[in-house]
Ligand binder design. Sequence first.
Ligand code: SF4
Length: 394
Amino acid sequence: MTIQRRVTRKVKIGSVSVGGDAPVVVQTMAATKTRDYEATAASVAKLANCGAGIVRIAVDTDQDAEALAEVRRRVDANLSVDLQENFRLAEKVAPYVDKIRYNPGKICILEPNLSWERKVEYLVDVAKEYDCALRVGINSGSLDPEKLREYREKLEHKDADPTLMSDDATFFDPPIRSALEHVDFLESLGFDRYVVSIKDSDPETVLMLNRRFAALKPFVPLHLGVTEAGVPPRGILKTRAALEPLLMEGIGETLRVSLTVVADQKEQEVAAGRSILENVASGVVASISDLDKTKLNIVSCPGCSRTQSSRFVELAHTIDEATVFARSYPLTVAVMGCRVNGPGESDDADVGMWCGGDRVNLKSGGTHVGTFSYEEVVEKAVELIKEKISAMKQ
Ligand code: SF4
């Protein structure tokens, strides 16, 4: 079956192209500690060998940046670097990578007196100097705080003034507003070597946001993904439900399947991505209706170099198993590996956990309950889930 794909701008990322007439690129992310460059290089090589066209690596410190240089010496895979708060590391990593991902929700944190526009200008200068592409990587777990504040204010006042929400809803939607703002700014700088991703842990939201963005900026290549899709096989089904319909509509130039698996099993993400493309090519695809929204939704991130404890993946799998009793209840439970998207996702969950080194932060309905050891937190979370189920039955 031939899919009529839209034709976006083509963006070169190392030896691959994303968009234009290029085939959809499957990518993934290393979950080893970046500073352990031997392990990271081995992981990158393995992932590239099994079909990842681009492999992303998280970099937060000078030590990570130095390790990246060592990784580059050992592998010739196409590398993308994931920057969060520490955008100044761009100039240290750019010589060794093909793409730099920045997060509009995190770039505002360091050097708060410097506007986001000046920070993006800096990233563009670095990208040009070192022949890199950029990704504007928007994630619902770490949205631009200013956009969120404005949106919540409008929601609060919409009853008194319905015109606030009757405009083009796009304008009020923080992820779309953020994406449009950054795209327009990059274009105003004359920089067109970028892709955009707009990810959420809810497949239906991913579908809606990406359709909307694709209609507004049809020339911009989209990196598709359901963030924090969780443990396989459900994490794969959630991703299929969003990505397969989008790809059938011709939307999406590259993709990642984010699964909560240990670092040496990340090739499962690549295999799942390739299988999605095969499904789309054969025309047999999943849809949102395959997901039963009345059932328990467990959101867990895939983990990466930033994961605070090697026990995180085990915790996510334990919670998955310990909550079988709750599968038929419409609850969301989040298990997150660190503070990057952890606080945001656990705020949105009925019961949320985000991991530190030895302790796990537990939230109930967005309210902090306490920090617990990895052993204690499972029982505490299960108690909270049982309380919520009892409340539903009353
Ligand atoms: S939330 Fe998970 S995937 Fe995201 S940065 Fe933290 S550990 Fe990595």
